[in-house]
Design a protein around this ligand. Sequence first.
Ligand code: ARG
Length: 750
Amino acid sequence: MKKLSYLLAFIILFGGIKVKADEGMWLPIFLERLNYVDMEKMGLKLTPEEIYSVNNGSLKDAIVGLADGPTPQGFFCTAEIVSSEGLMFTNHHCGFGNIQKHSSVEHDYLADGFWAMSHDEELPNEGLSASILYRMEDITDSIIPNISDTLKGQDRSAAIKEITTRIKKNSSEDGKYNVVIKSFFSGNEYYMFVYEVFTDVRLVGAPPSSIGKFGGDTDNWMWPRHTGDFSIFRIYTAPDGSPADYAEENIPLVPKHFLPVNLDPIKANDFSMIWGFPGGTERNLTSSGIEFKVNNFYPPIIEGFGKKLEVWKEHMSNNQEVKIKYASKYAGTANGWKLFIGQMKGIKDLDLYNEKKAFEDSFQTWVEDDQARKEKYGDVLEVIYQSNKDKADGYSTLILASLSGMGGAELLGYASDFSALKSFMEGYKEEKDKKKKEKKLEQIDKEVAKLKEGITGQFENYDMETDEDVFAALTELYFTKVPKEMHPELLVDLVKKFKGNYNEIAAYVFEKSNFSTEAKVLAFLEKPSLKTLDKDPAFVLASEFRTSIMAASGNINRGGDEVKTANRLFVEGIREMQPDKKFYPDANSTLRFSYGKVLDYYPKDAVHFDYVTHLSGVIAKEDPENDEFIVPAKLVELYNNKDYGRYGQDDKMIVCYLSNNDITGGNSGSPVMNGNGELKGIAFDGNWEAMSSDIAFAPKLQRTIVVDINYVLFIIDKFAGAKHLIDELSIVVTPPAPMPLVEEAAVIIN
Ligand code: ARG
């Protein structure tokens, strides 16, 4: 590998420290101070107040974080409000899990699409929440000065927690808002986010997967792309407009702001702004961190995920019911699997190790140059390096063991849900005091009721035969790849008993276990007994797997607090070293914006990728034999008739386009807007050549893949006939420039 010279590194550091407009996931409250001038130059027309305001409706009020569960944390996707009645656009792959839950062989909304033709037909989604940021605040000064530098580890966390708990309480306005506090820049800064969380979110529309997931896993993470990756939801509130759980009387949300939709054809270099909730990046990962990932982190995950996907795929292609039940689990795992493969490839192709190493070398030089700096930052990189080295081998084993043991068959995870019941029952058995015994019995009854409630959730998307094969494949992986000292006793016995035939082991475990069918679980819960639990092979295996994982993870030296401190100091040092550079914090599931422009790219030598794809490209990819590339007949007909309505241009229908915005997972579904804050498309993916973008931004190669809003509306209107939804939108089209006067025209002609 080539090593950059100090001089070159110095040039990179001090010569190129201006932030490129395209790089960065910026924090809304600093827009005016850090980015506004840049953005205005590039094409932004809105004022800062129109974008982020606490007192008046502004653009940020139309940006929604989607989460599983009622807290505004860990947003899996972004959505945007597009009508005065709380209508929301997001990606098809963001709605996928809920579309799947409403699907059955009789009503297969994944295959056929779903369109509510009136509010009554919109489908509630238990657990799904939509969060809108009311305000955010930099609270670093309430925290850092009150935390002594000598405080480390749990004491530090506890001191911080005490302060944040108080701040949260003071800011929730008696529970009206939900407050989240997060650390930024590796613990150097703290910000508070105050949200309104809506928990009645209903499914309104989704195209068939042959549009919404066109190209499937083959095209996933890649350009050129032809996917109509959108779905539609609506937020409902209590009749008084406040957030409320699902109730029939609820009404559509009246938003503080919604995005108009702009149908002007997209052009190269158009200003492009994206708002959303990127989940996580590690832009300050060190070279030793990269080594750790490539050697110890990705390989076991790729292996474990790959095995499971193989088994799932086989069962899904043989059985329609299994195909629907496993669609969402499969898509999620396949997406991650391909992401990790791509990240590994990107790290290698872009030579990120050496890029980081060169930067670290110059950092170290800067540190050594000054005694005070040397004392503060001198060993920071060494501490990080040592911790990566120390945990390396142990971590690989741990990941593989988790993925192939407890994380293998769903049966095992489910069986371990019964451990609390076991300890309650043991407590009851040992208790002598009559009164206390009664209390313990109540505890058991409560737990049994809870477990009964969980039965539907476990089995609604479960297929025992599929899971049995997953068990066989992953148990074999565990037994052959995980070191002997981590082998559960029962597993060793079973392998001996069945002479290494994993299918027979699986058959035995599933047959004997009380947790492999709904009927067996119900029967067990009618008469739960400790003896039965102790003899249940799935339950026993699950606890033994858990014990060995816990023991192994205890043995890994992660560097703990020391490394946390080192990471914090490294980031502090980087910022001190480059006082004129504008820094953006790593993504952490908080509201960010990124800006750039519509742009093509050159993926490799002699190859040019244009920035738009068209419906003709969908037709060219059509393959009725391949599930991923089927094109619905209606779409072919619209194409043949060039029946694009107002959404096509010059006989062409644009499907997707590219921009150089900086986004990551969690941004899926984010609005891509023009300088007026009007919706031009919905972001849904990144590209194969820059998969390592979470670790380093690659300006020449990194692109955001967007489904064009014209295609979205074309599918809603022309394909699905859901005109009532189009009528809800506020559509903007720039009128054509006025015709020149006759004399002028004559001049032009002449
Ligand atoms: N790669 C996209 C993301 O992580 C998901 C695309 C979903 N499509 C698919 N074919 N699985 O956001």
